[in-house]
Design a protein around this ligand. Structure first.
Ligand SMILES: Cc1cc2nc3c(=O)[nH]c(=O)nc-3n(C[C@H](O)[C@H](O)[C@H](O)COP(=O)(O)O)c2cc1C
Length: 365
């Protein structure tokens, strides 16, 4: 991972969200992250590469590296798929998903379900490392299935396989998305492993990002939901980590501009793929993103957004609330199920932001 800045910023893979349209949108809203990871390719005995996901790599206009993520538990199928993916020079590397908590995935012993079968994880990592050769082979994991106490045994396996990067969503599978994260476990991975370790989970603004880096000493941050809500978060963090100083708050009008770009890009991608497109259905699809974007804004906006049906109705509502220069609140509401748990990162002792910029910190990884 030689060409990445320290610390580096990664877009978290999110199924049905981090597609080509979203990546194009991020590029237009502050430049996006330093590294992308695709939503997962489903891998099994008969699987083939899903073309829209592949397009998010092959047609990616960002100029940044893109890693292709796979989910599955059939080792031969995973090796076949990794080899096929690496046949494309645009694919910077492949990543294995060891974190998805969806019951349907875990019941097949894939994603987070694999964390109950360490012998199988060991075998898969060994075979994939071999298949990837000099190309990047990375893993995205949770801390364990039931309890963070499982993490040490997992780390011992990761340490055997010369990973190029380990991204850690600092929760167990059981903890899904709502709890605080466990920075100490990530710190133990940073201390043990030679590869860059990336901290993931609950970064919603610059301060939560800086605190997470301080607590974990990770080589980078991976951000998912926080980047849907605020696509400029990568640029703001870069500023805080580099030149320093507070970044300009995002204005409501900028947020409205982001939503318009996202509308256009998602519509364009859908039409490009010859998929059924109608503005009415598109309103419903946009709510997948808008549910995150409105967090921290007025409850009435969320309430009416969820009920809007036509493009005109949606955009006139958004204009009523967003077409002004007022700043967007820095934090989402912790009452929201979509973002709860992040205040544990904020409430602990204050971050010495200067330490983060010191050469000692930069040299740590
Ligand atoms: C809608 C959604 C879809 C997701 N899809 C994936 C996925 O395809 N692969 C994966 O490794 N993680 C997936 N995740 C988990 C995220 O990558 C990330 O680990 C999690 O959201 C915590 O980070 P955050 O607090 O920055 O959002 C998904 C999360 C969400 C909310």
């Amino acid at each position: 991972m030689v060409d990445l800045p320290q610390p580096f910023l990664v877009l978290a893979p999110m199924q049905d969200v981090t597609d080509l349209a979203f990546m194009r949108t991020l590029m237009q809203c502050g430049g996006g992250p330093d590294l992308y990871v695709t939503e997962y390719f489903r891998v099994h005995g008969d699987s083939s590469l899903e073309k829209p996901i592949l397009a998010s790599v092959l047609e990616n206009p960002t100029g940044k590296p893109v890693i292709a993520q796979m989910i599955g538990q059939d080792v031969d199928a995973l090796v076949r798929t990794a080899t096929e993916l690496l046949g494309y020079e645009e694919v910077s590397g492949v990543d294995l998903n060891l974190g998805c908590p969806a019951p349907i995935v875990c019941s097949k012993n894939a994603g987070g379900g694999l964390l109950r079968r360490l012998g199988q994880v060991d075998e898969i990592l060994g075979r994939l490392r071999e298949a990837c050769g000099e190309r990047w082979f990375t893993v995205k994991t949770r801390l364990g299935f039931e309890s963070p106490s499982e993490f040490q045994a997992l780390l011992d396996i990761f340490a055997k396989h010369d990973l190029d990067m380990l991204s850690i969503h600092g929760r167990t599978v059981r903890e899904r998305y709502q709890t605080p994260v466990h920075p100490d476990e990530i710190r133990s991975a940073v201390d043990l492993l030679e590869c860059p370790v990336v901290a993931n989970g609950n970064v919603v603004n610059v301060t939560t990002g800086l605190r997470y880096l301080e607590k974990t000493r990770a080589a980078g941050l991976m951000i998912g939901r926080g980047a849907i809500r605020n696509p400029w978060l990568f640029a703001q963090l870069r500023e805080a980590l580099g030149a320093g100083g507070p970044s300009e708050p995002v204005t409501r009008r900028q947020l409205l501009g982001y939503i318009r770009i996202l509308w256009e890009e998602t519509a364009r991608t859908r039409q490009q793929w010859g998929r059924d497109y109608s503005a009415l259905k598109h309103v419903q699809r946009m709510k997948r993103y808008l549910n995150y974007i409105v967090q921290g804004l007025e409850d009435e906006l969320e309430f009416r957004m969820k009920r809007s049906r036509t493009q005109d109705e949606l955009f006139s509502l958004l204009a009523d609330f967003l077409d002004c220069e007022d700043p967007v609140p820095d934090l989402p509401s912790e009452r929201s199920k979509l973002f709860c748990g992040f205040s544990a990162l904020l409430s602990e002792k204050s971050t010495d932001e200067h330490a983060l910029r010191s050469p000692a910190f930069k040299g740590m990884n």
